[in-house]
Structures are given as structure tokens and as C-alpha cells.
Design a protein around this ligand. Structure first.
Ligand code: PNS
Length: 167
């Protein structure tokens, strides 16, 4: 078994865009670990609303007040990132039993592949229904998603949607 003495954890995700639900989990993780790395995982087969550089920039600005949080990127198997960085812990947020059912096989696979631990943190009930994809869908159809995003990310989302709709 890996000696998990390094108190660094990775919060991986697509973060397209980073929501207040993500931010809540990162903040809780930052209180539990010495350092938290938000790793934006690039899926080359998936074209996001925001490019990876934009997502990183938005997350950096959003988490600037959290001194032990940094942002990185990765393309490929997540456990390879952890191996490269000598990190042994992944933190994932859980909104519901649906998330749990989705996350458990990945946690088990990651443990088998690289002896990596996955720690689950509960999200705030205020954000239990919030996902990046739902926020994008609602915003595109004119719904108010301001309660689920930081003001800067909300502005960026509305600007991107306005740009897309002009095309
Ligand atoms: O925000 P998301 O899209 O729910 O994040 C899912 C993510 C990116 C964390 C997950 O798909 C992942 O770890 N992808 C990296 C590729 C990988 O390692 N796949 C095997 C997982 S067991």
C-alpha cells in the first residue's frame, strides 16, 4: 500500500465551466490538505464551450483567495498525472447517490492501476443540482444561472453564448 504522507490532493475535472459547486468542494479540500491541485483534464474528443487555457484562467482567478490551491492541466490517464507528480490522492465531490455510482468504478480502477486513494467530499446541498452541462443548457435558453457561478465566470459564460448565437 502507498504511504500517503504527501498531503497533496488532485481535484480533477472538465470544469467547462467551473461552478460554485466545484469551488465549494475545492475549498473544503483545501481545508483538509496542505495543497490542492485543480487539474483540468483535456478530452481531445470533446470540444468544450471554453478552451482549456480559458478554463484555467477562469479557475485561477476564481480561486486566487485560496493560497494552497493551484491549477494545472492534463491529457491522458489521470493516474499517470498523479504518478508524474508523486501525488497519491484524488478528491471528488459527491452531489448524490448518482454521482457515487458513477465515481466508485473510477475510484476502484484508479486504485488498482496506481494505488491511488479517492476521497469523496459532499457538496453543499445548495449546489446538489448544479452541473456545468445543466448550467450551460439553462443559460443558453435564457435562464438565470447567476446563483451557480462566480460573477466573472457568469460574465464569461454569457459573453460566450452571445458570441455563439451571433454566428
Ligand atoms: O468533470 P468530469 O467531466 O466529470 O471529470 C471526469 C474526469 C475528467 C475526472 C474523468 O473522466 C477522468 O479522470 N478522465 C481522465 C482519463 C482517465 O483516467 N480515465 C480513466 C478513469 S478510471
Amino acid at each position: 500500500m502507498t504511504d500517503v504522507t504527501t498531503r497533496t490532493a488532485v481535484c480533477p475535472g472538465s470544469f467547462d465551466p467551473f461552478t460554485l459547486g466545484h469551488r465549494y468542494v475545492v475549498q473544503r479540500a483545501a481545508a483538509c490538505f496542505d495543497e490542492v491541485v485543480i487539474t483540468v483534464v483535456v478530452n481531445p474528443n470533446k470540444h468544450g464551450m471554453f478552451g482549456v487555457d480559458e478554463r484555467i484562467e477562469l479557475i485561477r482567478a476564481d480561486c486566487a483567495d485560496l493560497p494552497n490551491v493551484r491549477v494545472d492541466r492534463w491529457s491522458g490517464l489521470l493516474v499517470d498525472y498523479l504518478r508524474n507528480e508523486s501525488i497519491h490522492t484524488i478528491v471528488k465531490g459527491l452531489r448524490s447517490a448518482v454521482d457515487f455510482d458513477y465515481e466508485v468504478p473510477m475510484a476502484q480502477m484508479n486504485r488498482e492501476l496506481a494505488d491511488v486513494e479517492t476521497v469523496f467530499l459532499l457538496t453543499d446541498p445548495r449546489f446538489a443540482h448544479v452541473s456545468s452541462s445543466l448550467v450551460k443548457e439553462v443559460a443558453k435558453l435564457g435562464g438565470d444561472v447567476a446563483p451557480f457561478l462566480s460573477p466573472a465566470i457568469h460574465r464569461a459564460l454569457l459573453a460566450r453564448i452571445a458570441g455563439e448565437q451571433r454566428v
